[in-house]
Design a protein around this ligand. Structure first.
Ligand SMILES: C[S@@+](CC[C@H](N)C(=O)[O-])C[C@H]1O[C@@H](n2cnc3c(N)ncnc32)[C@H](O)[C@@H]1O
Length: 346
């Protein structure tokens, strides 16, 4: 089945089975285009119009995001990289504290740039663990798997091409290994407060006492620093946002004119929310042939595409308490911009 322009076969060829289970190679995702079609069908008739940020990551979106991570304004990646590099020994101590091997399950792994710090260090220390990256983007997952196999051919790998909401139930115990869930890169910031609570409650239900969740939270800071991170001077965030329309044109036979939409981002320090929009620069009608749908836009009308929440320490602690976890590790970068926080399942 073709998914995001890649075939499942091309992905399977490179993947090493984990625990010799043939079904570990079952990486098919219920058609990405079908999910996108549903999102577009329902999202573009809402007021205001909206599309979920999880559809940003086709091949081009994943490529642009990798570039964004290297821009001077996008501090998030550098901050989290610093945290993992500086605190990898303490993290390992927390992970192996109960003397059991562990499964490192990463939700929304992307290119694994920062996770590779841990993978490299754990491999060097001959730690008994397996790595299970989950990502909705086959392109991101393919690249990650190929890189890992090249760098650490002996690492036990169980990649999963899936929406992480679908794969939460896969976390339930299938071995004695401790489950350690990684949710890095401020992915949690894309959830509303209610969705975040629901997500950690679901994690709680699937995990066992003593299992861990390591989450990367972007912290509240000077609003100008946050605003700049989503308005880089090279225009990469703009290209990333607009690429969603290009994807809809390609996958759903639509005729969005990218030159008549703009990128706009606003950060509200009172709510801690950065929101990204696409703005129609004129009154226009877009046709989406695969959905037999026409969508009118007024001049200045927006499509809300992303929410990136920024947290305070007390919000993070409350998230843990309300969902059946306790905070067992708190690590920040030297500027205090970002926190990687370990929750232990009660
Ligand atoms: C902002 S990137 C972060 C990547 C990586 N965790 C990091 O810290 O650099 C988000 C990644 O999550 C993936 N993603 C977003 N929503 C997802 C979902 N619902 N299920 C699975 N993967 C998802 C995207 O494909 C992308 O690779």
């Amino acid at each position: 089945m073709a998914v995001h322009g890649n075939t499942t076969d091309s992905r399977i060829n490179g993947i090493k089975a984990w625990r010799e289970e043939p079904e570990a190679l079952e990486v098919e995702l219920a058609s990405g285009s079908t999910a996108l079609a549903e999102e577009v069908r329902t999202g573009l008739v809402k007021t205001p119009k909206r599309l979920s940020s999880r559809f940003f990551y086709d091949a081009e979106g994943s490529r642009i995001f990798q570039e964004i991570m290297h821009t001077p304004e996008y501090y998030l990646t550098r901050s989290e990289y610093e945290i993992l590099e500086t605190h990898k020994t303490e993290l390992l101590q927390l992970f192996v504290a109960d003397q059991r091997p562990f499964d490192l399950v990463e939700l929304g792994a992307g290119d694994g740039l920062k996770t590779k710090i841990l993978l490299g260090f754990f491999s060097e220390q001959q730690v008994d663990f397996a790595y299970a990256p989950v990502d909705i983007s086959s392109d991101a997952l393919d690249g990650l798997v190929a890189d890992i196999q090249r760098q650490w051919p002996d690492l036990r790998l169980k990649p999963r091409h899936d929406d992480y909401f679908n794969s939460l139930h896969q976390l339930s115990a299938e071995s004695d290994a401790r489950r350690i869930v990684l949710f890095l890169g401020s992915n949690i910031g894309n959830f509303t407060p209610e969705e975040a609570l629901d997500f950690y409650r679901q994690l709680h239900d699937q995990l066992l006492p003593g299992d861990l969740v390591l989450t990367g939270f972007d912290l509240q800071k000077h609003p100008a620093v946050i605003h700049a991170a989503y308005n880089d001077r090279q225009g990469l965030t703009r290209a990333f946002n607009l690429n969603l329309l290009r994807r809809i044109n390609r996958e759903l036979d639509a005729n969005f004119d990218l030159s008549s939409f703009d990128h706009y981002e606003v950060y509200n320090p009172e709510t801690g929310e950065a929101r990204s929009y696409l703005v129609s620069q004129k009154s226009q009608t877009v046709t989406i042939r695969a959905l037999e749908m026409t969508v009118p836009f007024q001049y200045g009308e927006i499509i809300h595409t992303e929410i990136s929440r920024k947290f305070t320490r007390s919000q993070i602690e409350q998230l843990a308490t309300k969902t059946g976890f306790s905070v067992s590790g708190w690590f920040t970068d030297c500027k205090g911009y970002f926190a990687d926080v370990v929750f232990v399942r009660n």
